[in-house]
Design a protein around this ligand. Structure first.
Ligand code: TYC
Length: 133
C-alpha cells in the first residue's frame, strides 16, 4: 500500500492502515464557498481471520496406502512426497493432518473424502477438529 501510486502524491496512509475513502472526499468550505479537500480518517482493518479447523485422517487396517495418497493429492493438493509423508504418519501414529481451513471448507473436504472412500468401498475416516492454538 505504501507505494501504491493510485494515491495522490503526499497522501500515503500510515503503514498498516487503509484509506477507505479514496478518492479523497471533497466538501464546501462555508467561508469561501469553494470546494476543499477533506482529510479522511484512516483506521486499521477490522477484519479478523476466521477460526481454522484441521482435517484429520484416521488409520485403519484396510484402506490401501495408494488410495490414501491419491486422496491427499486430489483433495488437499499435496504433492506425491508430502502425501506419502502424511499417509505414513497416519499409518504409524493413528492419525494425521491433511490440511487446515476455515470451518465450511474443512467440513466440505471431510465429507467429500468420506463419500469418495465409501464409493470405493474403503473404510477411510476423515473428520475435522478445531485447530489447536
Ligand atoms: N493402514 C493402512 C494399510 O496398511 C494404510 C492407511 C493409511 C489407511 C492411512 C488409512 O488414513 C489411512 N493399508
Amino acid at each position: 500500500m505504501q507505494d501504491n501510486h493510485q494515491y495522490p502524491s503526499g497522501h500515503v496512509p500510515a503503514r498498516g492502515q487503509q484509506d477507505w475513502h479514496y478518492p479523497r472526499m471533497t466538501a464546501i468550505d462555508p467561508d469561501t464557498d469553494r470546494e476543499v479537500e477533506q482529510d479522511v480518517l484512516t483506521a486499521p482493518p477490522e477484519m479478523e481471520l476466521p477460526p481454522l479447523y484441521i482435517v484429520v485422517l484416521f488409520n485403519d487396517d484396510y484402506t490401501p496406502m495408494e488410495f490414501v495418497i491419491q486422496v491427499l493429492q486430489q483433495y488437499f493438493a499435496l504433492d506425491l512426497d508430502r502425501a506419502t509423508e502424511v499417509m505414513l504418519t497416519v499409518h504409524y501414529r493413528g492419525k494425521g493432518v491433511a490440511g487446515v481451513y476455515p470451518r465450511d471448507i474443512a467440513e466440505t473436504k471431510a465429507q467429500q473424502v468420506n463419500h469418495y472412500a465409501r464409493s470405493q468401498n474403503h473404510p477411510l475416516l476423515c473428520q475435522i477438529e478445531p485447530q489447536p492454538q
